[in-house]
Design a protein around this ligand. Structure first.
Ligand SMILES: NC(=O)c1ccc[n+]([C@@H]2O[C@H](COP(=O)([O-])OP(=O)(O)OC[C@H]3O[C@@H](n4cnc5c(N)ncnc54)[C@H](OP(=O)(O)O)[C@@H]3O)[C@@H](O)[C@H]2O)c1
Length: 279
C-alpha cells in the first residue's frame, strides 16, 4: 500500500517513521506542514492523487491545549476542517483523537459509545474532527488516546526530567488520573490496524494499560531517569494555576481494541522504561 503519514515531525509521526522500517511491505510518504499543509484541500487532493495514496494516517494536529483556548478558530481549522479535507480524498483514513472529547468527570474508564462532553476548545475541535470524518468517511478508523509521550518532541516526561535536574522540589498534581501512553506503542497499534486481515472501521480507545496520577507518573520518571535530588510533592489541581480545565479522571476503556484486533497492550510503566532507556 501507499501510506501517507501527515504531521510526521510530531511525537507520533516520528514513531510511525521509526516503526515503518519494520513494515517494508508498504511505501510511505512522510509529510509535515511544510510538505503538505492539510488545511489546504487542493494540496491534499492533489498529493493523494499524484502519489496514488491508499491510506492516510493522520498524525497532524493542533495539540496545544492552552493556546487552543485563545485561538479556537485555528485549532478548528487543523483539528476538524483539515480532517474533512483528508476524508474528501475518498481513501481510507486512520485518525487520532483524544480523551478530551469526554468531560473527565466519570469515575470509571470511558467506552467508545459513552456520551461526549468536551470541556475545552481543544476537546471541542478534536470532537468536531471525529464528527466530520465519520460523516464523510464512515470507513475511517479513529483511535482516541491520552497522555502521549515519546523520545521525540516536547512532552511531560522530558519536562519532568529537566525540572527534576534543575529544582530541589516540585509540586505535581495527584488528583488527576489517566494513563501515560508511549507514542511508540500507539504507532504499533496503528500498524495492528493496518496489517489486520480485515478492515474494522469505527472509534477505538488506545492507551497503555493501567492508571496513575501525574504525581505517580513523575515519581516513576525520576526513578527511571536516576534523579534523586528533587523532592516531588503531591498537590491538588486547585493549587496549580491551570489556564484550561483538566479532566480529573480520563481513563479510556480499551476492551474494544483488544477484542477486535486480538492484541494485548503494554503496561504504562513498561512503556516508560523503554522510552527512558532511549532518551
Ligand atoms: N500529546 C498528547 O498528550 C495527546 C493526547 C491525546 C491525543 N493526542 C492526539 O494524538 C495525535 C498525535 O499527537 P502528537 O503529540 O504526536 O502531536 P504533535 O507532536 O503536536 O505533532 C503534530 C504535528 O502536526 C503538525 N501540524 C500542525 N498543523 C499542521 C498542518 N496544517 N498540516 C500538517 N501538519 C501539521 C505539527 O507541526 P507544528 O509542530 O509545526 O505545529 C506537528 O509536527 C494528535 O491527533 C493529538 O491530538 C495527543
Amino acid at each position: 500500500m501507499n501510506i501517507l503519514v501527515t504531521g510526521s515531525n510530531g511525537q507520533l509521526g516520528n514513531e510511525m517513521r521509526v516503526l515503518s522500517a519494520s513494515h517494508p511491505n508498504h511505501r510511505y510518504f512522510f509529510t509535515d506542514v511544510v510538505e503538505l499543509d492539510i488545511t489546504c484541500r487542493e494540496a491534499v487532493l492533489d498529493y493523494v492523487r499524484t502519489n496514488a495514496i491508499d491510506l492516510i494516517v493522520n498524525c497532524a494536529a493542533y495539540t496545544n491545549v492552552d493556546r487552543a483556548e485563545e485561538d479556537e478558530p485555528t485549532a478548528l481549522r487543523i483539528n476538524a476542517d483539515a480532517v474533512a479535507n483528508l476524508a474528501a480524498t475518498g481513501v481510507r483514513v486512520i485518525h487520532i483523537s483524544t480523551d478530551y472529547v469526554f468531560s473527565g468527570d466519570e469515575h470509571r474508564p470511558c467506552r467508545e459509545d459513552d456520551p461526549v462532553a468536551p470541556r475545552t476548545a481543544y476537546g471541542r475541535t478534536k470532537l468536531a474532527g471525529e464528527q466530520q470524518l465519520l460523516a464523510l468517511c464512515p470507513e475511517a478508523v479513529i483511535l482516541r488516546t491520552a497522555w502521549l509521550y515519546s523520545t521525540y518532541g516536547n512532552n511531560f516526561v522530558k519536562t519532568m526530567i529537566r525540572l527534576g535536574q534543575e529544582k530541589p522540589e516540585l509540586g505535581v498534581v495527584f488528583d488527576q488520573i489517566g494513563t501515560p501512553t508511549y507514542a511508540a506503542d500507539l504507532a504499533a497499534a496503528i500498524f495492528t490496524v493496518i496489517e489486520a486481515p480485515e478492515w474494522h472501521p469505527g472509534i477505538y480507545h488506545f492507551t497503555n494499560e493501567g492508571v496513575c496520577s501525574w504525581y505517580d507518573f513523575t515519581l516513576a520518571i525520576h526513578d527511571l531517569a536516576g534523579i534523586s535530588s528533587c523532592h516531588v510533592r503531591p498537590i491538588l489541581s486547585s493549587e496549580y494555576q491551570y489556564k484550561t480545565p483538566r479532566p480529573h479522571y480520563s481513563v479510556l476503556d480499551k476492551s474494544k481494541f483488544k477484542q477486535t484486533f486480538g492484541v494485548s497492550i503494554p503496561y504504562w510503566l513498561e512503556g516508560l522504561k523503554r522510552c527512558i532507556a532511549k532518551l
